[in-house]
Design a protein around this ligand. Structure first.
Ligand SMILES: [Ca+2]
Ligand SMILES: [Ca+2]
Ligand SMILES: [Ca+2]
Ligand SMILES: [Ca+2]
Length: 413
């Protein structure tokens, strides 16, 4: 993931800090080689609560897996996973090995024609043939050739709309003409043409507005007027906001912006009902977890804000956890309220929040092996990979060697 270039003075003091902390790491964990191998000692081992970390594809040389898409591409009934590698500059579709081999590495995969450095990816049907296509980095679309040719990467026709980075490619019918369009960078969209769908020149670009560094781009009706709006969480300056759908006549113009939470520097957000009143709430992974409880059904959304402190981490964790990924999921078998799962960005344990009263949530650590060895994680993607009926949590890990991983839900004992 791209970082802002610090000033030279900051770079030098940063270097000293990095040197000191890497010495400390060397002291604590042995050499870098060992550090990258921590996953081998801990993969598939259950923690005290039964949760395991399984590896689909390790990342020994920092190719930086960064996007996690799931779908049953080969139609055999289990969910396959398509991942882009930021530094590696390629994408791979991993076929689910089936329940018996599910905890092992997924060695059956295809790799697409290289697209170059790639921060993010998305999926959806962009040529209206019913097969789910793939979008790398916003601008590179790979059209699914259908069941017969699925495993031949050369048969996935590649169309490049643009080459620069654009996070959060999202496939959705923006203008309501029945054809899925492509939203890129939470700031613009490309309209699916009526014909010649595999030719970039036929895809017309329309601007929505500005989004500096969008983490989420969620298409949903925010104000209850029956038109789909676009909810964005931006991490640098803009905070949490949505573009209000202006209606058919003005759909190709820029969309008006409604700010929900201007607090900058939050990471991912999730959208769904967490207090059982049927209204969709919002959660933002920030320094403290921010929960926005929706008060009104229609009109500009109004919320009551609750902030939850972070849990104490185990002694092996030496950093202050930075909440990054977030998802709403049922964890404890009490169906009245779902839990909220949090993935810290680096070197800390995952945890979840359980509602215990009006405006009150408590934290529970998920106690999986070696949290300090996972150096850089992403959002929480809920998906039942082992097909046992409960949701597991997929994500990617960079810099610690773990690579493409999933946290296996032990279910209720
Ligand atoms: Ca499958
Ligand atoms: Ca398709
Ligand atoms: Ca459309
Ligand atoms: Ca499962």
């Amino acid at each position: 993931m791209k970082r802002v270039k610090p000033s030279r003075a900051k770079t030098i003091s940063g270097l000293i800090l990095i040197t000191v902390s890497s010495l400390a790491c060397t002291w604590a964990q042995g050499n870098g080689e060992d550090r990258k191998n921590a996953w081998k000692q801990n993969v598939g081992k259950p923690g005290p609560n039964g949760w395991r970390v399984n590896v689909i594809q390790p990342d020994p040389t920092d190719h930086g897996p960064d996007g996690f898409n799931y779908h049953d591409w080969d139609g055999d009934g289990d969910l396959d996973v398509l991942v882009n590698f930021e530094e590696g500059g390629y994408s791979r579709l991993y076929f689910n090995p089936g329940q018996k081999k599910i905890r092992g590495l997924w060695t059956d995969f295809i790799e697409f024609e290289k697209h170059g450095k790639c921060e993010d990816s998305g999926i959806g049907d962009l040529d209206q043939d019913g097969d789910i296509d793939y979008v790398a980095n916003g601008g590179h679309v790979y059209f699914n050739p259908g069941a017969k040719n699925l495993r031949d990467p050369a048969k996935w026709k590649k169309m490049t709309l643009f080459r620069n980075e654009a996070r959060n490619p999202v496939v959705s019918d923006v203008d309501g003409d029945g054809l899925s369009d492509l939203i890129v960078g939470a700031k613009a969209w490309y309209k699916q043409p009526l014909s010649g769908k595999h030719y970039a020149a036929n895809w017309k670009r329309r601007e929505l507005g500005e989004a500096i560094w969008p983490m989420n781009c969620i298409v949903t009706d925010m104000d209850g007027d029956g038109k789909k709006d676009i909810l964005v969480q931006e991490r640098r300056k803009q905070g949490l906001f949505y573009y209000r759908n202006p209606g058919k006549e003005k759909i190709e113009e820029r969309w008006p912006v409604q700010v929900i939470d201007p607090q900058p520097s939050g990471m991912f957000a999730a959208h769904g009902d967490v207090n059982g009143d049927g209204l969709p709430d919002l959660i933002k992974a920030a320094q403290k977890i921010r929960i926005f409880l929706r008060r009104n059904e229609k009109g500009v959304p109004k919320y009551d804000r609750v902030e939850i402190e972070l849990p104490a981490q185990p002694s092996s964790v030496r950093v202050k956890p930075k909440p990054k990924g977030v998802a709403i999921m049922e964890m404890n078998g009490d169906p009245s309220y779902p839990e909220i799962v949090i993935i810290p960005e680096y070197e800390a344990q995952l945890w979840y929040l359980t509602r215990v009263g009006k405006g009150k949530w408590v934290n529970t650590l998920m106690r999986m092996p070696a949290p300090e060895s996972r150096k850089k994680m992403d959002n929480a993607f809920l998906v039942d990979l082992d097909g046992d009926g409960d949701l597991d949590i997929g994500t990617t890990e960079e810099n610690g060697g773990w690579g493409v991983i999933w946290f296996e839900n032990p279910g209720l004992k």
